[in-house]
Design a protein around this ligand. Structure first.
Ligand SMILES: O=C1O[C@H](COP(=O)(O)O)[C@@H](O)[C@H](O)[C@H]1O
Length: 264
């Protein structure tokens, strides 16, 4: 059963990124103690990348054996492999290049150098996820994806998550685990994204959001809007759905919701 959303509000973006980083290190360390490995799904975006920089600066990061962390991505911009727009490149520069990762456990989306279209890249990623699920012995699971311990999501001012935009085909997808995206309202126009059912297979989903330009989207998502109009309303982790916000992003939430959350 999906957990009710949990709300944490931090004073500003910097403190928020540090809090997400500390929590992520702790969660990955626990998963490694329990299962010998840990799996995280990364997000791009300003706060997503700042969180990875905060992990690199976090003293407790040594609690995690980074060579036993599996890295996946929630979405990617369909551009050249060395484009600075790539979420993968930004994540590598922020964290993965600074810790000892095992490259066989790093799973970036294919790039525009490797695939003719974002739809081809989506098919290839779906196959990679299916194979990881098979190796885990999870063939009976509803979605052919491996166990995601933590899946990080940013939220756009239009309430998009990953590369699932309001009213577009991707957010309506119910069968596939990965979709190609064309005509994204946010540049670059071609993208690849996990679908909502794949996202919702994660044990814990953390929506990390900062800035008053996101406050309207956060307010609508937590007020119970529908995911087609407000994609950020859709994520529901199997064990936890955690919203980690700064005060600006939380500024349009009603007092009744804020009272049920934790303010730091
Ligand atoms: O393009 C993207 O945008 C979203 C949100 O980014 P932000 O800078 O507004 O926080 C991000 O979650 C996604 O991964 C990325 O591809």
């Amino acid at each position: 059963m999906n957990a009710e959303p949990v709300l944490h509000v931090h004073p500003d973006q910097e403190i928020l990124a540090a809090a997400v980083a500390r929590r992520l290190v702790g969660r990955l360390a626990i998963a490694q103690r329990e299962r010998g490995e840990a799996t995280v799904v990364l997000t791009g975006g300003t706060l997503g990348i700042n969180t990875l920089k905060a992990v690199a600066a976090e003293p407790s990061r040594t609690d995690v054996d980074w060579s036993r962390v599996n890295f996946w991505w929630g979405d990617e911009r369909f551009v050249a492999k060395d484009s600075p727009d790539r979420n993968e490149l930004q994540a590598r520069q922020a964290l993965l290049d600074l810790v000892e990762v095992d490259e066989s456990r790093v799973h970036p989306f294919g790039s525009a150098d490797e695939h003719a279209t974002p739809f081809d890249a989506a098919d290839a990623y779906a196959e990679e996820l299916r194979e990881a699920a098979r190796l885990e012995g999870g063939d009976g699971a509803q979605m052919p994806v491996p166990t995601f311990d933590v899946l990080l999501l940013g939220v756009g001012p239009d309430a998009h998550i990953a590369s699932l935009f309001p009213e577009m085909a991707g957010i309506r997808e119910e069968e596939r685990t990965v979709v190609g995206v064309e005509n994204s309202p946010k540049p670059p126009p071609q993208r690849v994204s996990l679908t909502l059912p794949a996202i919702n297979s994660a044990a814990e989903i953390w929506l990390v959001v900062a800035g008053d330009d996101k406050a309207g989207a956060v307010g609508l998502a937590l007020a119970g809007a529908g995911p087609v109009q407000v994609p950020a309303a859709g994520p529901k982790g199997r064990e936890e759905t955690l919203w980690m916000l700064d005060q600006a992003a939380a500024s349009q939430l009603p007092d009744s919701l804020l009272a049920g959350g934790e303010t730091f």
